[in-house]
Design a protein around this ligand. Structure first.
Ligand code: XMP
Length: 515
């Protein structure tokens, strides 16, 4: 089904909730014409909320032809008002606003509100209100600011609510969405990880044929699941390359080498390039310079590995034509929902490979959100340690050493990071934390007293954050006893560290990483 985005931040949330109801959804911009929408052959359409008043100059509108196409449509908030206006209802500029938790009273349950209570709390955010429903519609609910807060025309399969059912604060929001999807539009809840895999496997086979495929495997969730999917589809035609830049955390390379290969059977080439990266990074402490060096070296090594694979493949006659990338749906939507890979935001990812690598892209995760990628990964048997992994930046520990990166400093940070991770996992806190950078302040020294004497060591910073998408974050309130164990263990077990400090800054103003 399609979610038509009227420009607020709600469209992605609606798409997610629809997928939680096991119905596949895609977002399209409101500038799509009715023909463009219908060309996608949607089984149902939701018109999202938006920031405008339907009376504002240049406000997006709905072409009434959409309602003639026989496709079930539901309008939400702005989409509800735009629908009412397009079909001849009355939308009034009352000047009265309803924001946040708002009580509505159900006057007729209909299809949408079936089984939900007569009085319910919904989440609203609007100025204008629908005062008269279009002809043929039954009014289902009212609120103090919205004489018509929900309506439906069962015959034409058109539905609408003034509130935001996709927001968790709307007490029965998911039920309302499911009523629309299952009962209003007759859709079945059959979009499951198993079906996603079956569809993607078929699509990858059709795209790739018998050509060879390569993939840069970072050890993160996205590239691992993308590789596992392609492996499922074309088996040995895929070769993965892991560039070991020496900036990974303890045990990560081994995990890829051993567990991932055992679980998926991929062909894996590991390039041990630790010395190369250390040499290139020597003498540099500016974060952006470090990022550039790591990115540059990564690309060189990858190109080299790819050349080698091409050469080897040459002997067997099959050409290497494709490169796997773990692009996710939010990246696609944020870059305008375009079809081509060209406008995908490149991110500051070390895995972001240059365009002049002469490969076509295979992007089997382009339609998925992160949690869906994890579900697909689990279904494919990718080890839990990889599937559940918290985000880890491409430049790795290279941007968690504030100062120059050296082999000794990497060893210190790796040891402290391993302790923090182990204790957080032991305390069952992984689910509450988006990620917890552990940072070595290599250019700062602090005085300590350890054993018999004074020491002059370095502080380690713990940066646990909670977040939905890393755009904003709050510092996670970890239990004091867990912090205490981590601090004691790090200062006891990691030479060079005599102090552990906690970062209690939200984002903004602080970024998640220190560099
Ligand atoms: P910041 O520090 O900008 O981080 O709040 C937001 C998210 O991005 C990750 N991050 C990076 N990821 N290469 C990456 O692949 C990078 O250079 C990089 N810098 C930050 C960070 O871990 C967080 O998840």
């Amino acid at each position: 089904m399609l979610v038509v985005d009227f420009g607020a931040q709600y469209a992605q949330l609606i798409a997610r909730r629809v997928r939680e109801a096991k119905v596949y959804s895609e977002i399209v911009p409101h500038t799509f014409t009715v023909e463009q929408m219908l060309a996608k052959d949607p089984a149902a359409i939701i018109l999202s909320g938006g920031p405008s008043s339907v009376y504002a100059t240049g406000a997006p509108f709905v072409d009434p032809a959409l309602f003639e196409a026989g496709v079930p449509v539901m309008g939400i908030c702005y989409g509800f008002q735009a629908m009412a206006k397009a079909l001849g209802g009355e939308v009034a500029q009352t000047g009265l606003r309803e924001y946040g938790g708002t009580e509505v009273e159900v006057c007729a349950a209909g299809v949408l509100l079936d089984g939900t209570p007569t009085n319910q709390t919904t989440w609203m955010s609007h100025g204008d209100a629908v005062h008269r429903a279009p002809e043929g519609f039954e009014v289902l609910a009212t609120s103090s600011g919205s004489p018509v807060a929900a309506f439906e025309d069962r015959e034409r399969r058109l539905y609408g609510v003034q509130w935001h059912p996709e927001v968790k604060h709307s007490a029965h929001g998911q039920t309302v969405l499911e009523h629309f999807l299952y009962d209003g539009a007759g859709l079945a809840p059959d979009w499951t990880p198993g079906n996603v895999i079956a569809d993607q496997v078929a699509a990858i086979r059709a795209q790739v044929g018998d050509a060879r495929v390569i993939c840069a495997l970072s050890g993160g969730v996205d590239s691992a699941v993308a590789a596992a999917l392609v492996q499922r589809a074309v088996g040995d035609q895929l070769t993965c390359v892991h560039v070991d830049h020496g900036l990974m955390r303890a045990g990560e390379v081994e995990q890829i080498e051993r567990d991932f290969v055992a679980a998926t059977g991929v062909n894996l080439v590991i390039r041990d390039e630790k010395e190369r990266f250390l040499t290139a990074l020597a003498g540099h402490s500016d974060p952006e310079t470090k990022r550039k060096i790591i990115g540059r070296e990564f690309i060189r090594v990858f190109e080299d590995a790819a050349r080698q694979i091409v050469e080897d493949a040459g002997e067997h006659g099959a050409e290497v034509k494709f490169l796997v990338q773990g692009t996710l749906y939010p990246d696609v939507v944020e870059s305008g929902g375009g079809e081509g890979a060209a406008n995908i935001k490149s991110h500051h990812n070390v895995g972001g490979l240059p365009d002049d690598l002469q490969f076509s892209l295979v992007e089997p995760l382009r339609t998925l959100f992160k949690d869906e990628v994890r579900a697909v990964g689990r279904e494919l048997g990718v080890p839990e340690e990889i599937v559940a992994r918290q985000p880890f930046p491409g430049p790795g520990l290279g941007i968690r050493i504030v100062g120059e990166v050296t082999a000794d400093r990497l060893e210190t940070l790796r040891a402290a990071d391993a302790i923090a991770r182990e204790e957080l996992t032991k305390a069952g806190l992984d689910g509450e934390i988006w990620q917890c950078p552990v940072v070595l302040l290599a250019d700062v020294r602090s005085v300590g007293v350890q054993g018999d004497g004074r020491t002059y060591g370095h502080p380690i910073v713990l940066r646990p954050v909670s977040s939905e998408d890393a755009m904003t974050a709050d510092w996670t309130r970890l239990p004091y006893d867990v912090l205490s164990v981590i601090s004691t263990r790090i200062t006891n077990e990691v030479p060079e560290v005599n102090r552990v400090v906690l970062d209690v800054t939200s984002k903004p103003p602080g970024t998640i990483e220190w560099e």
